[in-house]
Design a protein around this ligand. Sequence first.
Ligand SMILES: NC(=O)c1ccc[n+]([C@@H]2O[C@H](COP(=O)([O-])OP(=O)(O)OC[C@H]3O[C@@H](n4cnc5c(N)ncnc54)[C@H](OP(=O)(O)O)[C@@H]3O)[C@@H](O)[C@H]2O)c1
Length: 449
Amino acid sequence: MKDILDAILAEATPAETREKEFSALPVPGSYRGMVVRKDETGMFEGIASRDKDPRRSLHLDEVATPELGPGEALVAVMASSINYNTVWTSIFEPVSTFGFLERYGRTSPLAKRHDQPYHVVGSDLAGVILRTGAGVHAWKPGDEVVAHCLSVELERPEGHDDTMLDPEQRIWGFETNFGGLAELALVKANQLMPKPDHLTWEEAASPGLVNSTAYRQLVSRNGAAMKQGDVVLIWGASGGLGSYATQMALNGGAIPVCVVSSPEKADICRSLGAELVIDRAAEGYRFWSDEQTQNPKEWQRFGKRIRELTGGEDPDIVFEHPGRETFGASVYVARRGGQIVTCASTSGFMHSYDNRYLWMNLKRIIGSHFANYREAWEANRLIARGLIHPTLSRVYPLEQTGQAAYDVHRNAHQGKVGVLCLSPREGLGVRDQALRDRHLTAINRFRDV
Ligand SMILES: NC(=O)c1ccc[n+]([C@@H]2O[C@H](COP(=O)([O-])OP(=O)(O)OC[C@H]3O[C@@H](n4cnc5c(N)ncnc54)[C@H](OP(=O)(O)O)[C@@H]3O)[C@@H](O)[C@H]2O)c1
């Protein structure tokens, strides 16, 4: 692994010899990866969700390097980031991800590699390609890359309009093995995208999953197709998804109404340029009177507050992901003809809402999930051009991934939490200092807040 790292850190390697140099580097037979273990899936039984501690279930283990298949790439991972799906995996909720790996393993001999007694997690990476499999022509060893997390087989017709509709669609590092929170990772070559030159490894690794998801959910025609002037209500506006949705709304000439839960988070949204911010904790909304009963009066109070901020307008788009706790309010406050676009249910997936507000006011609920390659590429292009910036707040070493996931589980973080994998320290990997200098304040906006 040391030779690989030395080669990556020797930035001066000329482009002409790079491919040869990286192809000649021996691939280690094993590597360190952050895993959950199959024999521990029952470890949190009887414990409340919020008390399930990722620090107990995530382990840094030595695992065998998987054999490289056709259309795949083996990447030396310099940095990765924490996504909420790693929190779900680490607390074995709503289901153990070993079920995904077993089912995937049954689909083909090649997929069988993923069905292991350990699950190497992580759905983001920035790093350098070490090897490419048969049939890969667009990428080569030595290329500096980031990877999006859509894994598709594309052997059936359904996915050929929109790859998210492929019946064999999976999230890499969540529904597949050999994810990015590790020294090496196995991806399909059609997950690869160029690493933005002006970012460090850890910055480049942080937007991928959430930036692509927010792009499809909010901007793409497969999602809400936001246009200028739209009022966009963004839940968790300083969180992983929300910090990108807020930037996209501002970039696209829309009017974000940012919902957060502390004055610090409100300040961050303002510093991004959002003017309309609701601190849900300070204003004390209680959309549920008890476990079974919602309180429409609280929906009304929330809607009134949004109108106060917007000068009387209701949201054209509600950017939903908290789920059960907020969904009734989200459906209520969307404007007549508006859209509620949802990609998650952090607080519970059995939603209830008053359907009269939906049908009588011709509102639409849209389901959205990650992004196809094109959408992920467009989202990465926004980062590479300095139009959207990473929202990295804190970076942990690989050994402390459990703590990083714990922070996200406890909602004690801002924006994104990064993880250094092979990279020995922060700040490495910048190839375009001039572009970086132009955007330095924005790149560092979320750091250490
Ligand atoms: N389908 C997909 O492709 C996809 C992709 C990415 C993420 N997700 C899912 O989306 C969810 C959010 O992901 P993320 O990366 O944005 O997580 P995150 O970084 O934790 O941010 C979520 C934010 O939502 C807000 N929030 C949490 N619980 C809430 C509640 N009960 N009511 C109102 N607001 C609440 C919090 O902000 P405040 O406390 O400041 O309000 C939090 O910062 C997760 O469940 C994740 O698994 C799905």
